[in-house]
Design a binder for this molecule. Structure first.
Ligand code: GTP
Ligand code: MG
Length: 359
């Protein structure tokens, strides 16, 4: 899964990128004139994985992760950067919204910036739709092909919605229609997390950012979330570890680093859950869309396991932890369930797949 960092210039995107991925890309208050794209990997923290790793002492522990791409700021009316290929195939957008004052940019206005950014996404999509429609009209005039006529119908509907300023993520499409337009990688169709980057002095007010900046209507939109962070304070948090970090967070009145929350928000925004596999070799979290059946879940581990799927041995994380990781005890208690290929895997379940690949 891939997250695209997006936002107006100097909103703190690269700072957040560094925090999420552990990179050290330079950030600056002034414009360097370099519009480079950064990519990295963000590990999704999960205390359950930590606990399972303590129980099984595996050689390797693997957390769920996101690929993160960081784009240069998109100023109002300057959408060219949005064409970047590496960015267009992101699964979700993480919009960094400036809520800290800046000498050059002036007082922050998160609401205005959210509207401006969404407008750029809508206009970028509208350009793509218009270009394609022009070609379709010409092609249909030459020779009428049913598939093209159908595509034209869907795109005309998208155009009408975009012109009403409705992002495509809020448009209910049938799975077939959705498939037909997937190749366009429409930006306004991607789920979005607006992450308000609050000023240091407003940290305590962070959880109320949506109220403070009158974003209730934004929060209510489909496949949209509003979160918050103080990138500057998170940098200080990131420089500490262990007890020192805990003490600093407690001083600030925070339970955990805000980037943990940003990542779990992205996870939820994408409708993902995790199941776990455990053993001496590896303890691992596997992200899957909610509603995934056991056979497909097995396929994320390996396609052979899906192909030769027989049964999944399933138990809950809590049950396994309660017996200290002893599967024999679970079996004795009748808590080790055997599930078939259509079983819908739930968040936090520990799965062991039985499979057989014939020759
Ligand atoms: N006061 C304050 N400054 C911040 C905060 N977040 C980032 N900055 C500063 O703002 C400047 C720009 O930060 P970047 O992370 O480079 O912002 P960006 O959105 O990547 O900028 P562009 O890619 O140029 O659009 C840096 O000097 C940061 O230190 C914040 O929460 N508070
Ligand atoms: Mg940047």
């Amino acid at each position: 899964m891939k997250i695209g960092l997006i936002g107006l210039p100097k909103s703190g995107k690269t700072t957040l990128f560094n925090l999420l991925t552990g990179a050290h890309v330079a950030t600056a208050r002034y414009d360097t004139g370099r519009a480079e794209l950064h990519t990295g990997v963000a590990r999704v923290p999960d205390p359950r994985v930590d606990t399972l790793a303590r129980l099984f002492k595996p050689k390797k522990t693997t957390y769920a992760s996101f690929e993160v791409v960081d784009l240069a700021g998109i100023a109002r009316g300057e959408r060219a950067g949005l064409e970047t290929k590496d960015f267009r195939n992101a699964d979700a957008l993480l919009h960094v919204v400036r809520a800290f004052p800046d000498e050059a940019l002036g007082a922050p206005d998160p609401r205005r910036d959210i509207v401006d950014l969404e407008t750029e996404l809508l206009l970028a999509d509208l350009e793509v739709v218009d270009r394609r429609l022009e070609r379709l009209v010409a092609s249909i005039k030459r020779q009428r092909k049913e598939a093209e006529v159908r595509e034209q119908g869907i795109l005309l509907r998208c155009k009408a919605e975009l012109e009403q300023e409705t992002p495509l993520r809020a448009v209910a499409l049938t799975p077939d229609d959705d498939k037909a337009i997937r190749g366009f990688t429409f930006l306004s169709q991607k789920p979005i997390l607006h992450c308000v980057n609050v000023a240091e002095k407003d940290l305590a007010d962070g959880p109320r950012a949506a109220d403070r900046y009158a974003l209730a209507d934004v929060t209510a939109r489909p496949r949209t979330r509003v979160g918050w962070v103080s990138a500057v304070i998170e940098m200080e948090v990131a420089q500490l570890a262990g007890e020192e970090q805990q003490a600093f967070l407690a001083d600030l009145g925070l339970e955990e680093p805000a980037i943990h929350r940003v990542l779990s928000d992205c996870f939820a925004l994408l409708g993902l859950i995790s199941f776990f596999t455990v053993g001496e070799d590896e303890v691992r979290a596997w992200p899957i869309p909610e509603g995934t059946r056991a056979q497909e879940a097995a396929g994320t581990v390996h396609s052979d396991i899906a192909r030769g799927f027989i049964r999944a041995e399933v138990n809950s994380y809590d049950e396994l932890v309660a017996v200290g990781g002893a599967f024999a005890d679970l079996r004795a208690k009748g808590q080790l369930r055997l599930e078939g290929k259509d079983y819908v895997v739930r968040d936090g379940e520990v799965c062991h797949f039985r499979f057989n690949v014939g020759k």
